[in-house]
Design a protein around this ligand. Structure first.
Ligand SMILES: [Fe+2]
Length: 387
């Protein structure tokens, strides 16, 4: 973790230096104005590193004003610089290509530099404000119907409410959890599934923020699997915590959900990348549904969409995932497609199994979800006639 942090600090500092140098040049800053600009950049960058460091090394059960202020400013500037860096890259590349092909005068070149810098800075400011509002608003309820060929008649119309990637911790607290619990109960689901990355912090620090999860009602059961972030913060403690709240945790195992004498199987796995934390933790859909007949409906909870390749081999009919946040904010919502087979919504993979990807009920890190609103998903199982 230390090495990761040092690499993170080094790379991010260099990127921020490039951003500051670009805007200092583009706006032709000099004298005291330039010194003030650089001091501001150094302090903002320092807060990006201080926030996670303080949070990890000095966890506070009841953090005070300055502690919270550091978390907010650190993650706010994290978001700002991550967008600015991409703009600097695009602006510089665009201007380089333009100059190569049209050889503009010195005056025109400086004017273009100034204009492009001004537009990108304004756009980043506007996106950050809009993204903050979107990240902190009540999640959107997405309703989706999933047709399954072997679903028992009794399960036709049964609903599963999914919450995922809440990341309770640095800036998301118990009041947001209470909103989620209230919204969930208003939807009256038959089952509730929590598909990982529910927290960012230690159990001893955060458990009280999540206490109201015990009040979500679901007559056919409440289920939980870990995401990669649970492994960063003591997965065993967190699994025990959820079991204590009345949730059935599913790790490479399944449970049978019964309704009027008929059954379907609900399974879950370790996170796809759990083995990075401990080599013995293997994510295995096959193990999860071992010994079950092929025609019993199998629903798999797997934090990352890329578990679907193993899921397909294990005969899973429907996988429910999260993890991607669908990129969380522009322009990363475009880049996320490079890393996962599906990043949001419902898909019929190879026309053999269904996968639904929740784009995140909370947010990670920067309090921004520009163009990618938080969601609660209400999935309705539909019996599909077999041709
Ligand atoms: Fe994740």
């Amino acid at each position: 973790m230390k090495i990761f942090f040092i690499v993170f600090v080094s790379i991010f500092s260099y990127f921020n230096y490039l951003v500051a140098r670009y805007y200092s040049n583009a706006f032709n800053l000099s004298g005291k104005m330039n010194i003030a600009f650089w001091i501001f950049n150094v302090l903002a960058t320092a807060s990006i590193f201080a926030a996670p460091y303080v949070y990890r090394v000095y966890p506070e059960r009841n953090p005070g004003f300055f502690y919270n202020a550091l978390q907010w400013s650190g993650y706010f500037f994290f978001g700002i610089y991550s967008v600015l860096f991409l703009f600097v890259f695009l602006n510089s590349t665009g201007l380089y290509v333009y100059e190569k092909f049209s050889a503009p005068s010195e005056e025109r070149r400086n004017f273009l530099k100034l204009m492009v810098a001004g537009v990108s800075l304004s756009a980043t400011g506007m996106m950050s404000v809009a993204g903050f509002v979107e990240a902190r608003m009540k999640p959107v309820v997405k309703k989706v119907k999933v047709p399954l060929p072997h679903l028992p008649d009794e399960f036709h119309g049964v609903t599963i409410l999914q919450l995922s990637d809440i990341h309770v911790g640095q800036t998301i607290k118990g009041d947001f959890v209470e909103t989620l619990v209230q919204m969930s109960n208003e939807l009256k689901p038959d089952m509730v599934v929590l598909t990982g990355d529910l927290i960012d912090g230690l159990h001893s620090h955060l458990a009280h923020e999540l206490d109201s999860f015990k009040n979500i009602e679901a007559p056919l059961g409440r289920f939980m699997i870990p995401g990669n972030h649970e492994y960063y913060w003591g997965v065993d403690h967190w699994m025990e915590f959820w079991r204590g709240l009345g949730y059935k945790t599913l790790i490479n195992e399944h449970t049978l959900v019964e309704k009027n004498g008929t059954k379907i199987a609900m399974g879950g796995v370790h996170d796809y990348s759990a083995s990075h934390t401990d080599g013995s933790l293997v994510s295995s859909p096959e193990e999860a549904f071992k010994g079950l007949p092929a025609d019993i409906t199998k629903i798999l909870l797997a934090h990352q969409p890329r578990s679907l390749y193993k899921a397909l081999k294990a005969g899973v009919h429907f996988q429910i995932s999260g993890h991607t946040h669908s990129g969380q904010y522009f322009p990363y919502n475009l880049l996320i497609y490079l890393f996962q087979p599906y990043v949001k919504g419902l898909h019929h993979h190879e026309e053999k199994m269904w996968i639904y990807v929740n784009q995140g009920t909370g947010y990670w890190g920067p309090p921004s979800r520009f163009g990618v609103p938080p969601e609660i998903t209400l999935i309705e199982l539909i019996k599909q006639p077999v041709a």
